[in-house]
Design a protein around this ligand. Structure first.
Ligand SMILES: Nc1ncnc2c1ncn2[C@@H]1O[C@H](COP(=O)(O)OP(=O)(O)OP(=O)(O)O)[C@@H](O)[C@H]1O
Length: 580
C-alpha cells in the first residue's frame, strides 16, 4: 500500500495513491487529495522530471470511476474533470478550460477490488469538491438534480443544438447532472410549457438560447396561479443567442474576465454544474396603450427605447455574424441618428439619512449637468409590502432593500386585479406619476435604457454598478444634442464599462426603483429584455431578489451565477430525448 503523507500545502491529506497513466503504464503518478486540492506528481528517478500539478477542487465539476471491457485488464480507472482558468491560446487573459485527469488503478489482482478503490477515489473527490463549494459560498448550493434544458435551435446563428452537444452535454455528464433536453418548436412554446408544468418534478429550469427564451420562461412562471412558489424554481442560462446579456452578466459577477462566445458558454456551463443559486431581481413592466386594460410583463434584464431598441431590432438582419450584429447595427443607426420625443419620470432610490446603507449616495452617481426637477415629497406614507420582502422567510441579503424598506410610502398599485406581486410603487398609467417622482425636464432623447443586470450584450457592459439582486433599476438616458462622435465614443467605452466616467454632458445615469416613459411619437420601438413589446406608455418597478438564478460566489466579486435548469413533465412537452 502506498505511503500516506500527512499534509500537503498545509492541508491534511485525505487520500494518497500511486497510479499509472492511462495511455502509458510505464508513467507513474503520486496522487494526493486534501479537502482543497488534488496534487499530481510524476514519479521519476530524476528530480527534474518530478513535475507537480495542483488542481483546486473548486474547479472540479465531477469525477467518475469505470473499468474497461478488456478482460485482460484487471485495472480500473477514475477520471477527474476540472475547468480551471488557464491562459488563452493566441490571446491575452485567462478563461476556463477543460482538463481531464485519468488514472489507472492496479493495486490488486482482483479487478473488482481495483474498481472499488477507483470508486472510493471518485466518491471522495466528488464529496470534497462539493464541500469546498459550501465552504466558499454563502449562497444556497443545490446539487443539480433533475434539470429541464430548453434549447431554441434557431437562436443566435442557429447553432444552439450543436453547441449543446459539443460543449454542454459532456459537462453535464461529467458533473452527473441528470437532464432532459427540450427543443422548442415555436415562439411561446417554452412559456406554455412552464405555465402548465408540474414544477415539483424539476430541480431547475435551464435555457440554452438568447435572453428571449428566458423571458418566455420567466413570464410563463409568473402567469401561474402559484407564481410565488414557481418563480423560486432555480433558473439557469447557457448562452446560445447573439446578445447573451444575462449570461455575460453572470459570468462577470463571477469575477471572470471578458471571454469569447464559446468560452462564455464553458463558463456558464461550469457554473451550472457547480449548482449555486442566488436571488435575482425582476422588474414588472406595464404596457398601456390601452390604460383600461394594461398588459403586465416581467423582465430580468432591461427596458429600452430609442437608439438601443432600434439597433436591437434593426440588427436582426445581421444575425449571421453573431455578437458583431450590434456593432454593425450601431454604426448604421449612428449614420441616421434620430431624436426620440417623450416624457420620462422615475422614482429615485430612497435615501436613509441622506445616504444609502451601502454607503453610496445616489446623488453622486448623477452624471448630468442638468438637474431633473424633483417633485415635492408626499407627506403621507405607509409601509410598502412586497417589494423588498424576501420570499420564504429567508433573510434579505441586500442592504439596498433594507434602505428602501426603511422609508414608508403611500399604498398604491397599478395592478390590483392582476396575478403576481402588487406593484406598490406604480399608479395606473392614465394617472399622473406620484408626487415624489422625478420628472425629467428634457423631452428630446437619443436613448433611454433601464438595466437591472450589468451587461446589455456580451461586449456591452452597460451598468457596471449592477449586481444580480441589488433591487435597483440602473437608468441611463442620453439627451438630444449629442454628436455622433460622442455617442460612438460612449458605445466604445461601454465595452469596458467606462462610459459613465466619460463626463459626457448628455448622458445621465441614476439608480431608481421605478420609472415611466411616455413616448410622444405614434410609432417606435420599445424592447423588454431585447424582445419587442407593444409601443406606447410604459412603466416599470423592480422587485428585488424575487427570482432564483444559479449563482456562484467567487473571490473578487459579490456573486457569480451558475446555471440551473427546470424539469418539466407534461404531455405538452416535446421532449426530444433524454440523456440520462
Ligand atoms: N423553435 C422556435 N422557432 C421559432 N422561434 C422560436 C423557437 N423557439 C423559441 N423561439 C422564439 O425565438 C425568440 C428569440 O429567442 P432568443 O432571444 O432566445 O434567441 P436569439 O434571438 O437568437 O437571441 P439574441 O437576441 O441574443 O440574438 C424568442 O422570442 C422565442 O420565443
Amino acid at each position: 500500500m502506498a505511503r500516506l503523507p500527512s499534509f500537503t500545502h498545509g492541508f491534511k491529506v485525505l487520500q494518497y495513491g500511486e497510479f499509472t497513466a492511462t495511455g502509458n503504464r510505464k508513467v507513474r503518478y503520486a496522487v494526493s487529495l486534501t479537502e482543497r486540492d488534488l496534487t499530481i506528481q510524476k514519479i521519476t528517478s530524476t528530480p527534474a522530471g518530478r513535475s507537480k500539478v495542483v488542481f483546486n477542487l473548486r474547479d472540479c465539476v465531477g469525477c467518475r470511476a469505470f473499468s474497461t471491457d478488456d478482460n485482460a485488464d484487471a485495472g480500473a480507472y477514475f477520471s477527474v474533470y476540472f475547468y480551471p482558468f488557464k491562459r488563452r491560446w493566441m490571446s491575452s487573459g485567462v478563461a476556463r478550460q477543460r482538463v481531464e485527469q485519468c488514472f489507472r488503478v492496479a493495486l490488486f489482482q482482483d479487478p473488482r477490488a481495483n474498481l472499488e478503490e477507483a470508486e472510493k477515489w471518485a466518491g471522495t473527490i466528488r464529496e470534497s469538491s462539493v464541500r469546498q463549494q459550501h465552504l466558499r459560498n454563502r449562497d444556497e448550493v443545490h446539487r443539480p438534480c433533475s434539470v429541464m434544458l430548453l434549447v431554441n435551435p434557431h437562436s443566435g446563428k442557429g447553432q444552439a443544438l450543436s453547441l449543446f452537444t459539443g460543449h454542454v452535454q459532456r459537462m453535464l455528464n461529467e458533473a452527473g447532472v441528470p437532464h432532459t433536453l427540450v427543443i422548442t418548436e415555436r415562439q411561446n412554446h417554452a412559456r406554455e410549457l412552464v405555465r402548465e408544468a408540474d414544477l415539483s418534478q424539476w430541480g431547475a429550469l435551464v435555457i440554452m438560447s438568447g435572453d428571449g427564451l428566458l423571458f418566455e420562461v420567466v413570464n410563463g412562471l409568473m402567469e401561474r396561479e402559484d407564481w410565488e412558489e414557481a418563480i423560486q424554481t432555480p433558473l439557469g442560462i447557457l448562452p446560445g443567442g447573439s446578445g447573451n446579456a444575462l449570461a455575460a452578466s453572470i459570468h462577470h459577477y463571477s469575477g471572470a474576465q471578458p471571454v469569447s462566445s464559446e468560452e462564455l458558454l464553458v463558463s456558464c456551463g461550469f457554473l451550472l454544474c457547480k449548482g449555486l443559486v442566488s436571488r435575482m431581481d425582476l422588474a414588472s413592466v406595464h404596457l398601456g396603450s390601452s390604460p383600461s386594460n394594461p398588459t403586465r410583463l416581467f423582465s430580468f434584464l432591461s427596458l429600452a427605447w430609442g437608439f438601443v431598441a432600434d439597433v436591437d431590432v434593426e440588427s436582426e438582419k445581421y444575425r449571421h455574424v453573431g455578437a458583431a450584429r450590434f456593432t454593425m447595427g450601431t454604426l448604421v443607426r449612428l449614420a441616421s441618428l434620430r431624436v426620440y420625443k417623450g416624457r420620462l419620470a422615475y422614482l429615485p432610490v430612497d435615501e436613509v439619512d441622506g445616504e444609502e446603507e451601502d454607503g453610496q449616495s445616489p446623488v453622486s452617481l448623477e452624471m448630468t449637468s442638468v438637474s431633473p426637477q424633483r417633485q415635492p415629497p408626499s407627506s403621507a406614507f405607509c409601509s410598502s409590502t412586497f417589494l423588498c420582502r424576501p420570499l420564504k422567510d429567508s433573510p434579505c441579503q441586500n442592504a439596498a432593500h433594507h434602505a428602501f424598506k426603511a422609508k414608508k410610502r403611500e399604498p398604491m398599485s397599478a395592478n390590483a386585479t392582476l396575478p403576481g406581486p402588487p406593484d406598490s410603487l406604480l399608479v395606473p398609467l392614465d394617472q399622473p406619476v406620484p408626487s415624489d417622482w422625478v420628472v425629467v425636464p428634457e423631452e428630446d432623447f437619443v436613448l433611454m435604457l433601464a438595466m437591472y443586470q450589468s451587461h446589455l450584450a456580451k461586449d456591452l457592459y452597460a451598468a457596471p454598478d449592477s449586481t444580480l439582486d441589488d433591487g435597483l433599476i440602473h437608468l441611463i438616458y442620453i439627451r438630444a444634442g449629442i454628436s455622433r462622435t460622442a455617442l460612438l465614443r460612449l458605445f466604445l467605452a461601454m465595452e469596458k464599462g467606462t462610459h459613465l466616467a466619460n463626463n459626457c454632458p448628455h448622458l445621465v445615469y441614476t439608480r431608481v426603483r421605478a420609472l415611466r416613459l411616455e413616448p410622444y411619437s405614434p410609432k417606435g420601438v420599445i424592447t423588454v429584455d431585447g424582445e419587442v413589446v407593444e409601443y406606447g406608455p410604459v412603466q416599470a418597478q423592480v422587485h428585488g431578489g424575487i427570482c432564483h438564478e444559479g449563482v456562484a460566489r467567487l473571490e473578487h466579486k459579490k456573486f457569480t451565477m451558475g446555471g440551473y435548469v427546470l424539469f418539466l413533465q407534461s404531455p405538452m412537452f416535446s421532449i426530444s430525448y433524454s440523456s440520462h
